[in-house]
Design a protein around this ligand. Structure first.
Ligand code: NAP
Length: 306
């Protein structure tokens, strides 16, 4: 493990930033980490639990003099926070983010930045349904993908350093362009979250009819949905508002397939259902073979999601 940056600033001190901090300390990846969050309460908690070497009272103060600044705030406020810190950024510094959507973040952040700063967006595909400064842990990124989103003007050395940084945090690193990222994530994360939110909402309506049976006899499928649907409301509101086109495209396809399965059930077309479920089972096997989940029967529970 080697020091990649002298000073790293984390703006926003929730699940992702706190996990980054503990992973940085685990691997001695930076000499000093400064941090800032919007509320007094979060800054106070961070000081109490030793989250960051120095917790600052403004985003600009945290960013000042940092070699790498990472925006770890909800996607909807990335542009506003970039504007706050822009005057304080050190020439030659790298600015990155961890937002779950990329095209909208680039559009909001890029115009706020001086020319002498390297902006390289990123997205670690790792998370849990918990949020806040106490929810982080050093192992969150281990063996998870982190996607970097450079463009043709990105400085190769700045890119190599950021790649090295995420690798030292435990991630596997890949590069992707912003629109492709947003489409892939709409399939793998954003649409599934919306479906989970919907299913839990439907069950909640039903609960009024069946009292507590939905909760009492909650089987694996529904329990997994409730875990996903417990995710932070602000973060997910911003994800859907910022990745509108790709999410709507995938939900359109999802609805068509759902109608097809609905028709198969109505017609009693067991072959169609069996073929479909055989195909989807193979996808699950592929995920396990790629090392992105375990074959344990309680998969997902108490674990991670991207
Ligand atoms: P989180 O636990 O809810 O933390 C968000 C942090 O941002 C909080 O410390 C909050 O401060 C701070 N914040 C909000 N608005 C701010 C503002 N205007 N200025 C400064 N700080 C502000 O969120 P998270 O799960 O770490 O997510 C952070 C980012 O990572 C999001 O963009 C999300 O899309 C992305 N991401 C999340 C996951 C996941 O599964 N959770 C996975 C990958 C990427 P207060 O505490 O003071 O409110």
């Amino acid at each position: 493990m080697t020091v990649v940056y002298d000073r790293v600033a984390l703006i926003g001190l929730g699940l992702i930033a706190s996990s980054m901090f503990w992973a940085i300390k685990r691997g001695n990846v930076a000499r000093e980490v400064t941090g800032y969050a919007r509320s007094d309460e979060t800054r106070q908690t961070a000081r109490e639990i030793g989250l960051c070497d120095r917790v600052c009272d403004s985003a600009a103060e945290a960013a000042e003099g940092a070699d790498l600044v990472v925006l770890c705030v909800p996607v909807g406020v990335m542009g506003q926070v970039a504007a706050e810190i822009a005057p304080a950024l050190k020439p030659g510094a790298t600015l990155s983010d961890v937002g779950s959507v990329k095209a909208a973040v680039i559009e909001a952040v890029q115009p706020e930045l001086p020319d002498n700063v390297h902006f390289i967006p990123a997205h670690p595909l790792a998370g849990t349904e918990h949020s806040g400064p106490r929810s982080g842990f050093a192992e969150l990124f281990d063996n998870r993908w982190c996607l970097l989103v450079p463009n043709e003007d990105t400085d190769p050395e700045a890119l190599a350093n950021l790649r090295n940084f995420w690798e030292q945090l435990g991630s596997n690193v890949d590069e992707m362009d912003a629109d492709h990222h947003d489409l892939v994530l709409a399939v793998t994360s954003h649409a599934p979250h919306l479906i989970a939110y919907t299913m839990v909402g439907v069950a909640d309506d039903l609960r009024r009819v069946t009292d507590s049976e939905v909760i009492k006899y909650s089987a694996a499928g529904f329990r997994d949905f409730t875990r996903i649907a417990a995710s932070d409301p602000t973060m997910w509101r911003d994800v859907f508002l910022s990745n509108k086109t790709a999410t709507l495209e995938i939900l359109g396809r999802f609805t068509e397939e759902l109608f097809a399965l609905q028709r198969a059930i109505r017609r009693g077309d067991g072959d169609q259902l069996h073929d479909y479920f055989t195909r989807t089972r193979a996808i699950r096997r592929g995920i396990i073979e790629a090392g992105q989940d375990t074959d344990a029967p309680n998969f997902g529970r108490g674990g991670r999601k991207g």
